[in-house]
Ligand binder design. Structure first.
Ligand SMILES: *Cc1c(COP(=O)(O)O)cnc(C)c1O
Length: 380
């Protein structure tokens, strides 16, 4: 029994990638492993995603690119290695780190293109560039479609650069009742820009879709889709992932460290935010917000013990939380406690925890802190 563990089912991750590849048909799957693989462990996830047929990987930051580079997972494609793309904005110093990891970079201004070219010349290896169009996300990228075409041309003409892609990102792909049709508006803005770049540079990879967009519209898939949340078996629409043939990869497990008799009126935890309404048994789980179990779950979620749901009662503290096991219980110290995942027939999904916290499943797994060891099973 471990105090706390995030179990990572790499077999499920591989199967989710295979499932997405079927959905994608001819389009390539780029597995997004930023934020330590959405809290699952980036290096293990990247390896399993590649085994599941992903043809590329993406991260957000230079540090993340460096980590995959060190793990030997990525590099310039064409040497049997998948392409790595760093999605985020980069400082001058970070450009060197990213190029050192042989990652492609996103570019949307002439000044940044010049910087990348200069650093690539210094490294002595051409930098791969994906020119980013902001078709309406209102974040990174240029709004100006003509600028995208000019940047692509400048990239292709520069011996220190290699034009690899043209891309955009959707703001509302995960909102199926996006009444104003903004998703399709963005698609309609991006399509002619991608078409213009592709006409001049037929080898370019056109990509736009995240996980939600893949399920939302075939038109959004182009040459490649950048899928994060779905490869982890998390539902992009906050519904049941099984509805889309996805299997959750992560479970968060701990154990019952103590079982105590509470007389009616006895409170649990800081601030006495719960008092036993009757004589009952309370289990103490040595897990708390120091592990990423959010304090807002105080009196506001369930925990699985012995294949059954019990309410979390009292204040979640940094290192402990408490569970009402009821007036009669057979639960003994040492029993497994599951905060996210399956136990027997019972299941608590990240989507359920997210709803309790008024957030999205992405934030639930990403919030699990490094104090919780990740244990991967089912490696390729
Ligand atoms: C995080 C991210 C993705 C992956 O999105 P999911 O919704 O997790 O599939 C794709 N593209 C960009 C630019 C991202 O930042």
């Amino acid at each position: 029994m471990e105090r706390a563990v995030a179990r990572i089912d790499l077999g499920a991750l591989r199967a989710n990638c295979e499932r997405l590849r079927v959905e994608l048909g001819e389009a390539r799957l780029c597995a997004v492993v930023k934020a330590d693989g959405y809290g699952h462990g980036a290096v293990d996830v990247a390896g399993a995603a590649l085994a599941g047929g992903a043809g590329a990987l993406a991260v957000a930051t230079a540090g993340e690119a460096g980590e995959l580079g060190v793990a030997g997972l990525v590099g310039a494609p064409g040497e049997g290695r998948p392409e790595l793309l760093t999605l985020g904005a980069l400082t001058v110093a970070e450009v060197d780190v990213v190029l050192g990891a042989e990652s492609a970079v996103g570019v949307w201004t002439p000044a940044f293109l010049d910087l990348v070219a200069a650093r690539a010349r210094a490294v002595g290896r051409p930098a791969r560039v994906h020119v980013k169009h902001d078709s309406g996300m209102g974040r990174l990228g240029t709004f100006d479609g003509e600028e995208v075409v000019r940047l692509a041309r400048a990239t292709a003409a520069d011996p220190d650069l290699e034009l690899a892609g043209v891309w955009t990102h959707f703001a509302t792909a995960d909102e199926p009742d996006d009444d104003d049709g903004y998703f399709f508006e963005q698609l309609a803005r991006f399509e002619p820009v991608a078409e213009a770049v592709h006409a001049e540079h037929p080898g370019v990879t056109v990509h736009a879709a995240n996980s939600a967009a893949v399920f939302r519209s075939e038109r959004s898939r182009f040459d490649m889709a950048r899928c994060g949340v779905a490869i982890y078996g998390l539902d992009p629409f906050q519904a049941d992932p099984a509805e889309r043939g996805l299997t959750p990869v992560l479970s968060l497990r701990s154990y019952i460290a103590a079982v105590k008799r509470f007389p009616a009126g006895q409170s649990a935890g800081y601030g006495r935010r719960w008092r036993a309404p009757r004589d009952t048994w309370v289990g103490v789980v040595p897990l708390g917000y120091g592990d990423g179990v959010r304090r807002a779950l105080t009196n506001n979620c369930d925990v699985l013990v012995g294949g059954r749901r019990y309410p979390l009662v009292g204040t979640v503290s940094m290192d402990n939380l408490t569970v009402d096991l009821g007036p009669e219980t057979t639960v003994e110290p040492g029993a497994e406690a599951v905060l996210i995942g399956r136990q027997g027939e019972a299941e608590i999904r990240a989507e359920e925890v997210a709803a309790r916290l008024d957030t999205i499943n992405y934030e639930v797994t990403t919030a699990i802190l490094p104090r919780v060891p990740r244990r991967a099973t089912g490696a390729a």
